[in-house]
Design a binder for this molecule. Structure first.
Ligand code: G4P
Ligand code: NA
Ligand code: NA
Length: 192
């Protein structure tokens, strides 16, 4: 998505440790005009899939998911990062290992909000190692629901999440794929 790539080049900052800071428009301050264009693009890509529910994970996926949902006329469910102590039989739960944060946490969705007839589009802001996405896919499948597709705003193509998720046979579309970035000169290279 050209508009998004231009915005990343203009306002994104490459930090050491392979971190791309986009907090002036994506995951701290949010540019809603840009979000609207992102939502339209996801609708264009997944128009034929008869999606009735959007699933994301707290916190920074929620904004993008809500704007996108307006184009699908669907509700948004966000998976919650939980303390294991609260987990009971009324929720689907899975463990997610965060390489970035070096910890494992439980994520849950109430059984009330995922059903076998659901045709789910998973939305998130970032794809790095793919552990969060793998967990969301597992939650959908444990409900007997269907993952119709996954829409990501920024994929870090030099980490292995994209390969992991695509190898699971799920349609994954990222609006910008960063294949390389350099904290020294600030350069960012996109996949075509
Ligand atoms: P993964 O294995 O599930 O792919 O996730 P990873 O642990 O690598 O990433 C942990 C968190 O950091 C995720 O947010 C992810 O969106 C975010 N992230 C990873 N790489 C980048 C990056 O280069 N730039 C930015 N801005 N974010 C990145 P989170 O901690 O799950 O949650 P939240 O921020 O949504 O609350
Ligand atoms: Na994040
Ligand atoms: Na996120």
């Amino acid at each position: 998505m050209k508009l998004l790539q231009e915005r990343i080049l203009k306002d994104g900052n490459v930090k050491s440790g392979n971190v791309l800071k986009v907090d002036s428009f994506l995951n701290h301050q949010m540019d809603i005009e840009l979000f609207n264009e992102i939502g339209k693009e996801f609708k264009r890509i997944f128009a034929d899939y008869n999606i009735n529910k959007i699933l994301t994970i707290e916190a920074s996926g929620i904004g993008i998911a809500c704007i996108t949902a307006q184009y699908f006329n669907s509700p948004v469910v966000f998976a919650k990062k939980a303390q294991s102590i609260n987990i009971d039989g009324a929720v689907y739960s899975t463990k997610i290992e965060s390489f970035t944060h070096k910890k494992t946490y439980d994520v849950i969705v109430s059984k009330k909000f995922l059903n076998p007839e659901d045709r789910v589009l998973i939305i998130d802001d970032f794809l790095a190692n793919g552990c969060a996405l793998a967990g969301l896919i597992e939650l959908v499948r444990s409900a007997g629901a269907t993952v119709e597709g996954i829409g990501i705003v920024v994929e870090k193509g030099f980490q292995n999440g994209g390969e992991l998720i695509r190898s699971m046979g799920v349609r994954l579309e990222s609006l910008a794929i960063v294949d390389a970035m350099n904290a020294d000169d600030g350069s960012i290279t996109f996949r075509n």
